[in-house]
Ligand binder design. Structure first.
Ligand SMILES: Cc1ncc(COP(=O)(O)O)c(C=O)c1O
Length: 410
């Protein structure tokens, strides 16, 4: 008999909250107008979009007209980088506009790294900064990397694999002082910690809905008023000319509902269970390390959280993470190794390599990501079954046999 699954892959995606679904339903069958139509059906859809825009703007202390809806995180990241880069390229050259340099880090999501790679083929230069062993980029390194040619700094807020939350305030200060734009990809961190575009000096922010119990295929890009950016998708001039295409009204309504439902109590719930999970694994299993920030609850100088409240990423010695994930799946526990977008490759995760792990350590990694629906019983169950699975895998793996042999000899 199939028991209820324990879904600990919320960093990949989350289940749509039933309240989100209920809010969306009328916009499929009753209020299905095109927001560009002037009749009342169209205007109902338009009103719904504008109400949703207000909710999302308020959640990051932005103005309503600084929020642009897109199809998700990938599109927002592409639009932010390409839109700003080409805004500079297409202007008549002057000392101010003759800039072609972008700064990012080695631990960005693929959609930033691939966009940067492509921009390099279009005459832009990109600096990929190192991070420390917990995954933090040093704001001083950003300061040193900025040149008179720099347009934009793009740094992921919450890392999708290791849960490191970058210190946005410190990075924002550097960018503001130096007069360069600051973009952050906040897909993993949105509603899980504070984002305030003014306190943190953010010029562009990428958001999406499917990591926060909203639907897939909807996201937003915050663009500070006055930021030089050109549209990347042309057409009927929707979203004030920045993103053409008939608006995904159902998705937008669902996105805003998901934001409304998110709350501080959920952050506290996830953080408590994450701590229990991390502490339990480290206490009950030998030869395991936590990847990302080493302490669960710590905050930086500006009071910002340093670890995502729902992320735990471990490396187990002498074990293949893939095998571990397979055994957990047999117990109906959904986990992941590396990020979902990377999980199909057998390459060790570039994020884990960037924080200094060996190939073997990176291949022994397991990511467990919680949601507000995760229960204490589920974490207890994981803590009960995981040590036995690790022991068994260590026993049957060839490297495990050698390690066991060495351990026994000592
Ligand atoms: C940090 C980060 N950025 C961007 C994305 C891509 O977002 P989407 O799936 O909405 O395109 C994801 C999702 O995997 C992510 O975790």
């Amino acid at each position: 008999m199939r028991i209820k699954e324990i879904y600990l892959d919320n960093g990949a995606t989350t289940k749509v909250d039933t309240k989100v679904m209920e809010a969306m339903l009328p916009y499929f069958t009753e209020k299905y107008g095109n927001a560009s139509s002037s009749h009342s059906f169209g205007q109902d859809a338009k009103d719904a979009i504008e109400k949703a825009r207000r909710v999302i703007a308020k959640s990051i202390s932005a103005n309503d007209d600084e929020i642009y809806f897109t199809s998700g995180g990938t599109e927002s990241n592409n639009n932010a980088l390409k839109g700003v880069a080409f805004a500079f390229k297409s202007e008549p050259k002057s000392e101010k506009t003759n800039r072609n340099h972008i700064i990012t880090t080695k631990i960005e999501h693929k959609c930033i790294l691939e966009t940067c790679k492509w921009l390099e083929t279009q005459g832009f230069t990109v600096t990929y900064l190192d991070v420390d062993k917990e995954g933090f980029v040093n704001p001083d390194d950003i300061k040193k990397a900025i040149t008179p040619k720099t347009i934009l700094v793009s740094v992921i807020h919450g890392n999708n694999e290791i849960g490191t939350l970058q210190g946005l305030t410190a990075i924002g200060k550097v960018c503001r002082e130096k007069g360069v734009y600051f973009h952050t990809d906040a897909c993993q961190s949105y509603t899980k910690t504070e984002i305030d575009v003014n306190k943190q000096n953010l010029d562009l922010v990428t958001l999406n809905a499917h990591k926060i119990h909203g639907p897939k295929g909807i996201g937003a890009l915050y663009v500070r008023k006055g930021t030089k950016i050109i549209p990347w998708q042309h057409g009927g001039g929707h979203e004030r000319g920045l993103r053409s295409g008939t608006e995904n009204v159902t998705g937008i309504v669902g996105f805003a509902e998901a934001v409304k439902l998110a709350g501080k109590k959920h952050i506290e719930h996830m953080a408590k269970l994450r701590n229990k999970l991390i502490d339990g694994v480290l206490k009950n299993i030998e030869d395991v390390r936590i990847n990302g920030p080493s302490e669960n609850n710590y905050k930086n100088h500006y009071g910002e959280d340093k670890r995502l409240c729902n992320n735990a990423n471990f490396s187990f010695k002498a074990i293949e993470g893939e095998a571990l994930g397979g055994y957990l799946d047999q117990k109906w526990i959904c986990s992941s190794t590396g990020s979902a977008c990377n999980a199909r490759t057998l390459e060790p995760s570039y994020v884990l390599k960037a924080i200094g792990l060996t190939d073997e350590e990176a291949n022994g990694s397991l990511r467990l990501t919680l949601s507000r629906f995760t229960t204490e019983e589920e974490i207890d169950y994981v803590l009960k079954v995981l040590p036995g699975i690790v022991k068994k895998l260590r026993w049957i793996s060839p490297i495990g046999k050698v390690v066991n042999y060495i351990l026994k000899k000592q």
